[in-house]
Design a binder for this molecule. Structure first.
Ligand SMILES: Cc1ncc(COP(=O)(O)O)c(C=O)c1O
Length: 460
């Protein structure tokens, strides 16, 4: 009898609890809908994903189109090669895997050195280390965030095999100077256009100018296939070596590909500025629950073994890649329009907008600037916008034990100081053309005296 009563009591209690929970969730949602309706939360994920891309994935799945190898891959590679004015392009499951394959095709391995800027993403030195080679860091120019080409030669040794010319945040680096230095020493230039797809130098698309290049199409980049990368070259001999490796590369397992496609679609909802105040915590929960797929080898210095590395891009992701390349020019026009608004406040790149004949076309994957204390503003604005922290370390994604990536503290003081002071604003297609809220914050940063113009930048 007692047990039955307990069960009844228990049911009543849980019923009450669940009513209370429903009430609280409802009030949480109502508050977001009615009270915080005016608030917008801008993040940097999924900025180029459209509902049409999502529909296109669902249609492909519904039609039973191949998940791994397929015709879209060939078509995407043709489109990417043509876009860059080169003959060869090879798609991979990520930009870092494309870089790894290029290094392998160049025969770079144990005992070799590769020069990179001391202001990059850690997956760049990691790919070099996975090959058994050593990254060598060159300091940057604080006005451009790119490698200081005057400091390269001092770092060249008999072991140097390549220079990684990274076009940071969308602004072409001193590519022709770098190519000249490389030719003098008989080494290869690898263009890293992960952040600069579509940028131009002297009228040519970056990525297709040096001997070889690669881009990333992960969900934060100029275009998104959720995860993805592409190696590009016009060099027939190098292309045939890349091709050999490419054909020996497996695809990711089908469940992983499905997870990538799910991530792509879910993020389009969850990071949409209209739903983000609820969507971002939900996205975080999905990530914690293991429902999303990203490559997370930032902390590693050995090649991952739990999935094929390097692996190839899947067929349906390639389909999205084709659509996104077709829309890239529109995407760039949008980013440049937004950057022009920001530039009206910060005044960093007037020559990009005042009709001057510039030889470098910036695509502004992010609009970056230097601030005395970026953390203060990140906290202050975090309810409305994610004031970016790309790159907040000389090798973004690693904040300690730099010796593991062959970097000694103090080796590149400008890169270190820039990393401490840099903040950046989003420009992606989901930001409206005149983002009033962001512009208001940007003005607040300048008016408060926190903004550091490059001419006043000192290593602190
Ligand atoms: C400068 C740079 N290069 C290469 C990569 C590698 O791209 P992926 O994440 O697709 O491996 C990144 C990624 O953020 C990057 O920022």
């Amino acid at each position: 009898m007692r047990a039955i009563e307990s069960a009844g009591e228990y049911e009543m209690k849980t019923e009450k609890q669940s009513q209370e929970l429903d009430r609280r969730s409802l009030s949480f949602i109502m508050k977001h809908i009615f009270l915080r309706r005016h608030q917008v939360y801008y993040d940097y994920f999924s900025g180029t994903t459209s509902w049409r891309d999502c529909l296109s994935i669902l249609q492909s799945l519904d039609n039973g189109e191949p998940l791994q190898d397929g015709q879209y891959i060939r078509d995407y590679e043709k489109v990417a090669a043509k876009y860059h004015g080169t003959n060869y392009a090879f798609s991979f499951a990520s930009g870092r895997m494309a870089l790894y394959t290029i290094l392998e095709a160049l025969g770079i391995g144990k005992g070799d050195e590769v020069i990179i800027p001391a202001y990059t993403c850690v997956v760049v030195p990691n790919a070099i280390i996975y090959r058994g080679a050593t990254p060598v860091y060159v300091d940057i120019n604080p006005a451009t965030f790119n490698m200081d080409s005057n400091k390269i030669e001092a770092k060249i040794t008999t072991r140097t095999k390549a220079i990684l010319a990274q076009h940071t945040f969308g602004l072409p680096c001193d590519l022709y100077e770098i190519i000249e230095i490389a030719q003098k020493h008989g080494i290869t230039v690898i263009e890293d256009i992960a952040l600069a797809l579509g940028a131009e130098y002297k009228g040519k698309k970056v990525g297709g100018i040096a001997r070889v290049g690669f881009y990333s199409s992960d969900h934060t980049k100029m275009i998104s296939t959720s995860t993805g990368g592409m190696a590009i070259t016009g060099d027939k001999e190098l292309a045939s070596r890349i091709e050999q490796i490419y054909h020996s590369c497996p695809f990711l397992p089908k469940p992983k590909i499905k997870k990538i496609l799910f991530t792509f679609i879910a993020e389009n909802f969850l990071y949409h500025p209209k739903f983000a105040s609820i969507g971002i915590p939900l996205a975080f929960s999905c990530f914690k629950a293991g429902l999303f797929h990203f490559f997370l080898d930032e902390g590693k210095t050995e090649k991952p073994v739990d999935y094929p590395y390097p692996a190839r891009l899947s067929n349906i992701q390639a389909k999205i890649g084709i659509q996104q390349i077709h829309e890239l020019e529109q995407n760039i026009v949008h980013r440049r329009e937004i950057a022009r608004n920001y530039d009206g406040i910060f005044g960093l790149y007037p020559e990009q907008f005042d009709g001057s004949r510039v030889d470098r076309k910036h695509v502004f994957s992010r609009y970056s600037f230097l601030v005395k204390d970026p953390n203060f503003y990140r906290k202050k604005f975090c309810r409305y916008l994610y004031l970016g922290d790309w790159f907040n370390s000389i090798a973004h994604g690693r904040n300690k034990e730099f010796h593991k990536i062959y970097y000694s503290a103090g080796e590149c003081p400008i890169g270190e100081a820039v990393a401490r002071h840099s903040a950046n604003l989003p420009t992606h297609p989901k930001i409206e053309k005149t983002p009033k809220l962001i512009l208001k914050f940007a003005k607040e940063i300048v008016d408060s005296g926190a903004f550091i113009p490059p001419a006043k930048f000192k290593v602190t």
